[in-house]
Design a protein around this ligand. Structure first.
Ligand code: LMR
Length: 331
């Protein structure tokens, strides 16, 4: 606590004395500030500035202001941006194995997911990212994804037939939608709202937080609580920037990151609940959105229909049988 107060005073002194920070860290992301990732990025900014006594100036750019999700990994490798927290599919070109997290119905619940991230599988995946010259810091949650549509409610797998689904650029998600006869359309996150509004796409899959903060529910007629897949992030830093920091500032980054990750999991849980409630209130008030929750039977039908894609990703050049089986077996 004492350290925290001293750090805050030091940061404030630097700010008021007009001394320039020694390092500028730009943190780019694509979602709204009021999301688990947005809030944790803001927490990290404040905390690292405190811990470093103002030596590191953290600048957070939300809502694709600096880079769209497709471009950020490349920008990070060039040190044009120093930090990002892209969802796993955005690493497709360099570490396709991270698409493990896109696998539908592979995680029993959020605790199982955290055990995978915090264990052997998570470490192996981070090592693969490190080997590509990027500093892999931590995994952050958004939450489980829900289907939405403006064409037909997605209750049984056959309801997906012929619908155009926006997906992230991920081979796994492409296979998932094809497995139920849907038509997958890869599209950057920043274009989803207008894509849904203009009918370029009929359907989407997003966690409640992204649906609510980007108002996707206002341009869809049906929302299905399906929890069929997970959306999360790997927080990464430019190696050039990391290497430029002296040991004490690297320790500050690690500490701020540790605290931000703990907070992030709390934000994700909390926002998932409150933002779902807000969507339910909107549905009740306007009558413009129908919300369904899959029964166990319906969920099982979806699980059967989409989990048959797993063997397509057994090759080590894609995800690998070993990683898939270890994930399923993680206790
Ligand atoms: C998406 O493209 O849907 C996500 O990656 C957005 C995000 O970062 O949550």
């Amino acid at each position: 606590m004492k350290k925290l107060v001293l750090g805050t005073i030091a940061a404030a002194m630097v700010a008021t004395s007009g001394l320039a920070a020694e390092y500028t860290l730009k943190f780019s992301h694509v979602v709204s500030p009021n999301t688990p990732k947005g809030k944790a990025a803001d927490f990290f900014e404040k905390r690292l500035e405190e811990l470093s006594g103002g030596k590191i100036d953290v600048q957070v750019y939300p809502s694709s202001q600096l880079y769209t999700d497709g471009a950020v990994v490349k920008a990070l490798r060039l040190n044009s941006v120093q930090m990002a927290a892209p969802s796993f599919s955005k690493f497709g070109k360099i570490v396709p194995q991270l698409a493990l997290f896109d696998m539908p119905f592979i995680f029993k619940d959020i605790d199982h997911l955290h055990r995978v991230q915090d264990g052997e599988v998570g470490t192996a995946l981070k090592d693969m990212v490190t080997a590509k010259g990027i500093v892999a810091l931590d995994f952050w949650d958004n939450g489980f994804k829900q289907f939405s549509s403006s064409k037909q409610a997605l209750i049984n797998p056959s309801d997906a037939e012929g619908q155009k689904f926006r997906i992230m650029s991920s081979k796994v998600l492409e296979a998932q939608i094809k497995a139920v006869g849907g038509n997958p359309q890869m599209m950057p996150f920043s274009e989803v709202y207008s894509g849904l509004q203009q009918g370029v796409i009929d359907a989407a899959e997003n966690p409640f937080s992204n649906i609510y903060t980007k108002k996707f529910h206002e341009v869809q007629k049906y929302l299905t609580v399906s929890d069929h897949g997970y959306l999360g992030y790997l927080v990464v830093m430019s190696k050039k920037f990391w290497n430029s920091l002296p040991a004490d500032l690297q320790a500050n980054v690690k500490q701020a990151m540790k605290e931000a990750t703990e907070k992030e999991r709390e934000y994700a849980k909390e926002l998932n609940d409150t933002q779902f409630k807000a969507i339910q209130e909107y549905a009740q008030k306007t009558g413009k959105l129908e919300i369904y929750t899959l029964t166990d039977e319906q969920r099982e039908a979806w699980r059967k229909a989409v989990s048959k894609i797993y063997p397509e990703f057994y090759s080590d050049r894609l995800i690998g049988k070993d990683l898939i089986e270890k994930t399923i077996a993680t206790k």
